[in-house]
Design a protein around this ligand. Sequence first.
Ligand code: PMT
Length: 421
Amino acid sequence: MTSERTKPATKLPRRVVLGVCGGIAAYKSPEIARRLVERGVEVQVVMTDSAAQFVTATSLQAVSGRPVRDSLWDSAAEAAMGHIELARWADKIVIAPATAHCMAQLAHGSCADLLTTLCLASHAGVVLAPAMNQAMWLHPATQRNRDLLVSAGVEFLGPADGAQACGDIGPGRMLEPIDIVAALAHDGHAGAAVSGPLNGLRVVLTAGPTREPIDPVRYITNRSSGKMGFALAAALRSVGADVLLVAGPVNLRTPAGIARIDVETAQEMHDAVHQHVAGCHIFIGCAAVADYRPAEASPHKIKRASAERALQLEPSPDVLASVAALPNSPFTVGFAAETDNVRAHAQQKLLAKQIDIIAANLVGDGRGFDNDTNELHVFWREGEKLLPEASKSALAEQLVAIISDRYAQSTRAASMTSRVG
Ligand code: PMT
């Protein structure tokens, strides 16, 4: 029999450098090491000088089973170049906790110690689990560093929101070790073999707003941030779907394991969707596509003094309805953003657009658009379900469960019909 300990978990990287920085959350780092080792991962801990103020090398060595490394000048390392040796050894570098200082150093390519130097020298993916006071996390300098790191391909796990060791409340808590290890196991870039009810099914999903140009500097758009659609992409992926996300202009990181095409206008969204929808199993229209666009975009900036004040609008293509109308249309899910009579409008759209499911939300007055939370009322021909207010990620998981269930029923019904026929 193969024990848990000796059998590497297929979804996790085989060799992890666990970087530990100097923050109060460092007391949780041994638990991360322990959980990884239990799942068959080889863990090499690298700690900074300040980390030693919060956790001992002895504990980290005990749980990882390897002497902790902390110095750039390690005569015991191969050719005395510990950073190069470790940089080549690691499949993944996970820094937990990652302090604001560590983020700043990594963002600017500083090689102040063994940990930052090996990050620069390695081709392995770098994952940060930040932990710091909420004001430090929200500081524009930290946010700029985060953006720089994300654009360089660094992945972030957290931080979480809540009570902090310093007494503040807000974002900056390190994720719990169990969640960090679970997230590493679900990381598409780490070769994740995620599976679930949508295993292997192709899903095309739209998210975010569209922008319809008036002239080279102005456009018509709406308040969609893309958060709901991106949360859906992650939830779909976590149950095994092969997801293509067609995104309007948003400022969001692509969830792990998701293919993404960026578009700007309704026409571009329509064209990108139709290029890829053939053969897909499920289409989900979560984007807030502009219903109307300027009939003609001026090639030059319209001058303030221009006599023309009225904007001529024409309907833009209806992406969702056009997919539902295809001869071999996929299972089709739409959204309805309503300011009143949610039920009536949503049910009317379900029938008018000939789709399988519609997820309706009340918008306006700070609801629906751009928030981290939402409430959805989901309708299909034979039923409905209210998903009470929750984070968009939690709602996405619940909606994906409904979609999986309804999709399975529709394929069962289709196979019965073809057998009877
Ligand atoms: O992005 P967030 O800030 O997280 O906000 C989430 C959301 C409020 C945008 C989302 O939950 C939502 O409701 N998305 C649909 C917004 C919308 O355009 O609703 P609608 O009722 O106008 O359109 C109905 C359906 O037709 C939608 O699936 C829409 O994608 C689709 N549509 C609409 C017009 C058009 N020209 N083409 C379309 O495909």
